[in-house]
Write a protein that binds this ligand. Structure first.
Ligand code: PGA
Length: 250
């Protein structure tokens, strides 16, 4: 069995003290069986990355950034380069989270630059895609997700160096999860898109995560699906016990 990916996105929550307290509570719960079945990733805020890096490395937890700038160093006030992220021990970068798209106006072509830059830096981009409620109700979920994939992965041949997170916008932070059937069928659709963009069957190697109100109660059903290679967890990843229960449900 391939290990399931359990990723936590802390968004703009937790100070450095909170982050280290989380590790104090969470790391002792990462027993061998859990670590054999799961790959754990945490995406704390930028200000926590450096202080969490050594302890995450020792515990076998990969560290992700929630965002990056695609350029090298330069006059980009408020931005963080990939060289800076590599320097503090980051291995994965979230790209195009729906909050970046909706609140900060990030467009597919800019996200494509980020995906390429993350790959060029030798890190793993986790490209987030997903439709809004209006788009789903207009029967446009597939079209929207396919466009996000094609544009986000323009000139990128998808393979095991990257991950996709399917996060229906209407399920994020709302307590509404996609049904297992909805998630499975969208994951199958994303897999088809990846196959058509990939060469030599490498589209099979791209892990596809589900995100949107994943909790200890619904994680077992989602993670039991072959098509769901892991989960991207927001709210429930802030609590060490809940996050551990999600990983234990694999
Ligand atoms: P949620 O967030 O689990 O709180 O819905 C998921 C995400 O935004 O990645």
């Amino acid at each position: 069995m391939k290990r399931k990916i359990i990723a936590g996105n802390w968004k703009m929550y937790k100070t450095m003290t909170d982050g280290l307290a989380f590790l104090d509570a969470f790391v002792p719960r990462c027993h061998r069986e859990m670590m054999e079945k799961c790959s754990l990733i945490l995406a704390p805020n930028f200000t926590l990355l450096a202080s969490m890096a050594a302890r995450c490395r020792e515990a076998g937890i990969a560290l992700a950034a929630q965002n990056c700038h695609p350029g090298g160093e330069g006059a980009y006030t408020g931005e963080t380069s990939l060289a800076m992220l590599v320097d503090v021990g980051v291995s994965h970068v979230l790209v195009g989270h729906s909050e970046r798209r909706a609140l900060f106006g990030e467009q597919d072509n800019f996200l494509n630059q980020k995906v390429k830059a993350v790959l060029a830096a030798g890190l793993v981009p986790i490209l987030c895609v997903g439709e809004t409620l209006a788009q789903r109700e207009a029967d446009a979920a597939g079209t929207v997700v396919e466009k996000q994939l094609r544009q986000g992965l323009d000139e990128v041949v998808p393979d095991g160096r990257l991950m996709i997170a399917y996060e229906p916008v209407w399920a994020i932070g709302t307590g509404k999860t996609a049904t297992v059937d909805d998630a499975r069928s969208m994951h199958q659709f994303i897999r088809q898109c990846l196959r058509s963009l990939a060469v030599d069957g490498k589209g099979e190697d791209v892990p596809i995560l589900y995100g949107g109100s994943v909790k200890p109660a619904n994680a077992p059903g989602l993670l039991a699906e072959d098509e769901i290679n892991g989960v991207l967890v927001g709210g429930a990843s802030l609590n060490p016990e809940d996050f551990a229960r999600i990983a234990e449900s694999v």
